[in-house]
Write a protein that binds this ligand. Structure first.
Ligand code: NAP
Ligand code: MG
Length: 483
């Protein structure tokens, strides 16, 4: 089986190292590719290429820079099915979600291609006659972008698109769990003639290649999406070189439904936000908080809806509701969270095991699971589960609901369902999260800033705020003679 190649300075390079990791299809446990570990000299070349390409790229007119993004969009639209299928093979999400990820990717590219033409500065009011102050925005230099396996293409594009539009050079490291689809996307940049060195890709594991990239003194910014533990580690590793950083980290999203919530809307939307992508989205629901008067009906209908979900190999069944967990380690973590909760007194309402049937004998499948009677001492109450598990807590009033929702060190997203506008807005204002959905579960939009509070990180992606993360401000003051 051929190994994936690094992409450095516009060339696809045969890996120097003999060290490879297998890429596994989580639906079948078959090896589908091999990913190399970058050597020191390959990493060195990637940084040299980025450094030298930056000189011309930063000076290129904005319309010229973003024209490459527009061209890549065309290529990706043509290859949506092919690349979407690779996402399904390496990540496990159903084919409709794999293709959906490419659609979302082209939306993000389009937004930053347009926004990249509108990088304006300011003229500051003068504090003396005969002086003018301008504030201009300039690119940072070399960006290291590291992404997780749950959206293997999209979350790297969230970084690549604004970084390039703003005039930076980029070195990416995909997760070694899911390096195949993003490699095809990098190929699209190559095919449309992006100047050599502006975008480079080195493969390897987080612990080795990732670690070397973030410690390198040539890095001007680290753009990271992944777990909170690794994010904190990267900040420690890069402290002595002080690059800019943006940290999109873990989440523990609460889903609050008050007695004024519309259950016909809240139940299907809750099921979707708990279980799509097998619960492996940073803003997946990790805690359902129900006000007592609606709890019984909500739970009964929620469990019934959960039991109707279709699990499957996403290639065989493109429209399945959910596929397997992406990694074996992820499956083990979920099993541990569920048994810890059950040992400490939680009630299992459905799921809690591998689905029955010969098609699930292999693969990291786990049934969508609903638990009730959650207490603070359970890991699931405060730690991110990152799997298809919905823990339910019933509370007496909305004050208790807010307390339960905020009782986590994370703060990425939160949801509140109530048709009483006063109540809904009052609760939304109190929820400690970077994004809050009132009567909806889709708070992640390219036009709005995305990012976390508390241990969910800092910095914002998407929107014009996401573009500003790749620019630095410069104040230029000049004086002139007043007549
Ligand atoms: P992870 O284990 O933290 O890995 C993320 C990336 O970091 C991977 O590319 C990984 O490489 C790399 N990495 C690991 N150790 C490293 C090190 N010492 N130095 C540099 N890089 C290192 O996270 P994951 O399990 O892939 O992803 C799931 C997590 O991402 C969840 O916590 C989820 O909530 C979070 N997430 C957050 C957002 C958001 O917008 N806030 C979005 C999506 C996901 P390898 O995989 O190759 O080892
Ligand atoms: Mg895999």
């Amino acid at each position: 089986m051929e190994s994936l190649k690094h992409y450095i300075n516009g060339d696809w390079l045969e890996p120097e190292s003999e060290e490879f990791t297998n890429v596994i299809n989580p639906s079948t446990e078959e090896t589908i590719s091999k990913v190399p570990e970058a050597t020191d000299s390959e990493i060195d070349r990637a940084f040299e290429a980025a450094d030298s390409a930056f000189e011309d790229w930063k000076r290129a007119p904005a319309p010229e820079r973003v024209s490459y993004l527009f061209d890549v969009i065309e290529v990706l639209r043509d290859r949506r099915a092919e690349i979407g299928k690779l996402i399904t093979l390496e990540n496990g999400k159903p084919l409709s979600d794999g293709k959906g990820e490419i659609e979302w990717t082209t939306d993000v590219l389009e937004f930053f291609a347009e926004e990249g033409k509108r990088i304006s500065g300011e003229v500051v009011p003068r504090n003396q006659a005969g002086a003018r102050s301008f504030v201009i925005k300039q690119p940072l230099g070399t960006i290291v972008a590291i992404g997780p396996w749950n959206f293997p293409v999209d979350l790297l594009i969230w970084k690549i698109a604004p970084a390039l539009a703003a005039g930076n050079a980029v070195v990416i490291k995909p997760s070694q769990e899911t390096p195949m689809a993003i490699t095809k996307v990098v190929k699209a940049f190559d095919e449309v003639g992006l100047p050599a060195g502006v975008l480079n890709m080195v493969h390897g594991s987080g612990g080795e290649t990732g670690d070397k990239l973030v410690k390198d003194k040539r890095v001007d910014k680290i753009a990271f999406t992944g777990s909170t533990a690794v994010g904190k580690h990267i900040i420690r590793q890069s402290a002595s070189t002080l690059p800019e950083t943006s940290m999109e980290l873990g989440g523990h999203a609460p889903f609050v439904v008050t007695q004024n919530g519309d259950l016909d809307k809240a139940i299907p939307e809750g099921i979707r936000r708990c279980f799509s992508h097998a619960g492996q989205i940073c803003h997946s629901v990790n805690q359902i908080v129900l006000e007592e008067p609606i709890a019984e009906e909500f739970i009964e209908r929620f469990v019934a809806g959960t039991e109707d979900l279709v699990i499957g190999d996403g290639v065989e069944n493109p429209d399945a509701d959910l596929g397997p967990l992406t990694t074996k380690a992820g499956l083990q973590d979920i099993e541990e969270h569920v048994s810890d909760a059950l040992e400490k007194g939680a009630q299992l309402l459905t799921g809690g095991k591998k689905p029955a049937g010969s098609e699930f004998e292999r693969g990291y499948f786990y049934e969508p699971t609903v638990l009730k009677g959650i207490t603070d001492d359970m890991d699931i109450a405060t730690e991110e589960t990152f799997g298809p598990v919905a823990p339910i807590t019933v509370v007496d009033d909305t004050e208790e609901a807010v307390r339960a929702a905020n009782n986590t060190r994370y703060g990425l997203a939160a949801y509140i369902y109530s048709d009483n506008t006063n109540e809904a807005v009052r609760i939304a204002e109190k929820l400690e999260a970077g994004s809050v959905g009132i009567n909806n579960n889709s708070v992640c939009r390219v036009e709005a800033p995305w990012g976390g509070w508390k241990d969910s990180g800092f910095g914002r992606e998407l929107s014009s705020h996401g573009l500003d993360e790749y620019l630095q401000l410069k104040h230029i003051k000049f004086e002139f003679t007043v007549e």
